[in-house]
Design a protein around this ligand. Structure first.
Ligand SMILES: Cc1cc2nc3c(=O)[nH]c(=O)nc-3n(C[C@H](O)[C@H](O)[C@H](O)COP(=O)(O)O)c2cc1C
Length: 213
């Protein structure tokens, strides 16, 4: 089946594309509002795009109106945000933070989450998050359709001590249990893993010819 995007409306595009491009990581973004209220909201149009510079992108949809979401408005005003990564233990609270509370209500308080100071940006991170990326906004793209693409540069990373070996920077995958978003209300765990060893062309050729490298 071939589907031309021009033939699909917004809702159909969303349904199709978000079910195909899965799983997506979840950024539980903390930002600070004009009254100093800490806002937290999940975004799964999110990923890491490079390490030098270390860039993440958030895809924030405007509400009908169009009206900016609190996260978009706060990031535009302050230029700073924190991506709290979401593990199995944080899943329920992350979902609560997705309620469209008005700006004067802090999702952090409603979800009973704690805050911890960031090292390089004003918005705090969530104390319960296994890891957090402190980001400064580099640029916001407005490609149309009520969509804001916020490109952020990571200034510092906070990782729970028990998850990482400080000497090797290797993460313990049995303790680091991120969840991914599938589509609609579906999520996945990341416990079912398999390994594929990546080869060089030289190794691939040697193996094909039955010799060792
Ligand atoms: C797992 C999950 C992922 C979400 N991803 C996005 C997203 O990528 N973009 C978006 O605009 N809204 C997304 N939402 C909806 C927002 O979290 C929701 O609109 C929230 O109220 C926005 O809060 P804010 O106004 O405090 O920023 C997502 C919701 C959930 C539960």
């Amino acid at each position: 089946m071939q589907l031309r995007l021009a033939d699909l409306d917004r809702a159909q595009r969303y349904k199709l594309l978000t079910a195909l491009v899965v799983p997506r990581p979840i950024a539980l973004v903390t930002s600070v509002g004009p009254e100093g209220i800490v806002n937290a909201a999940p975004y799964s149009f999110f990923n890491l795009f490079s390490q030098d510079p270390a860039l993440v992108v958030l895809g924030i949809e405007r509400r009908e109106g169009p009206v900016q979401k609190d996260t978009g408005r706060n990031v535009e005003a302050t230029g700073e945000f924190v991506v709290n990564l979401v593990d199995e233990d944080l899943a329920e609270q992350m979902n609560l933070c997705a309620v469209d509370f008005p700006p004067e209500i802090s999702e952090v308080e409603i979800a009973g989450l704690g805050l911890a100071p960031s090292a390089t940006v004003r918005p705090p991170r969530l104390a319960e998050a296994p890891a957090a990326l402190e980001c400064r906004k580099l640029v916001t793209l407005l490609p149309g359709g009520g969509r804001e693409l916020v490109v952020g540069e990571i200034q510092a990373v906070q990782v729970r001590d028990a998850l990482i070996d400080p000497a090797t920077l290797r993460l313990d995958l049995d303790r680091w249990r991120p969840i991914g978003r599938l589509f609609g209300n579906l999520y996945c765990r990341t416990r079912d893993r398999f390994e594929l060893v990546r080869k060089s062309y030289r190794t691939w050729l040697a193996e094909r010819e039955g010799r060792s490298t």
